[in-house]
Design a protein around this ligand. Structure first.
Ligand code: FES
Ligand code: FES
Length: 154
């Protein structure tokens, strides 16, 4: 076991973890933050996307010990403390950017990173920016619409 300390959704967390524990397992099973999903476990679908030090990462693709000292945000930490949804969450809702919702937490976390660092100037750039996130319901057009709508609201 290794002791790690990190920030998760603004709160400091110290836990003992096995060296082989994936960050996504730590988030879901140790912290019980089950909004972060596991679709493939092999870094292909993006369902497990969280923010690590402000950038989107696939949390099935790194070990929990690698997050020692980091600032992690999961989908549970995206809304304001009073429950007000993040503009990206509102846009997904308004634009019907989800069907079953399985990919949605990862899509939203990736989309927030995309808009913050690259903007959303065209449908093509949004599609390219989100190519690491797969929607099995194939609702891509409304997802693109949602991301561009959130970006337009600044
Ligand atoms: S579960 Fe991590 S990319 Fe699919
Ligand atoms: S909404 Fe079902 S997987 Fe994307």
């Amino acid at each position: 076991m290794t002791t790690i300390t990190l920030k998760v959704n603004g709160q400091s967390v110290t836990k003992d973890v096995e060296p082989q524990t994936l960050l996504v397992e730590f988030i879901r099973e140790t912290l019980r933050l089950t909004g972060t999903h596991v679709g493939c476990d092999t870094a292909q679908c993006g369902a497990c996307t969280v923010h690590l030090n402000g950038r989107a990462v696939k949390s099935c693709n790194m070990l929990a010990v690698q997050a020692h000292g980091a600032d992690v945000m999961t989908i549970e930490g995206l809304a304001a403390a009073d429950g007000t949804l993040h503009p990206m969450q509102v846009a997904f809702n308004q634009c019907h950017g989800l069907q079953c919702g399985f990919c949605t937490p990862g899509m939203v976390m990736s989309a927030v990173d995309l808009v913050k660092h690259h903007g959303a100037a065209s449908d093509e750039s949004v599609r390219a920016g989100l190519e690491g996130n797969i929607c099995r319901c194939t609702g891509y057009q409304n997802i693109v619409k949602a991301v561009r709508s959130a970006a337009a609201q600044g």
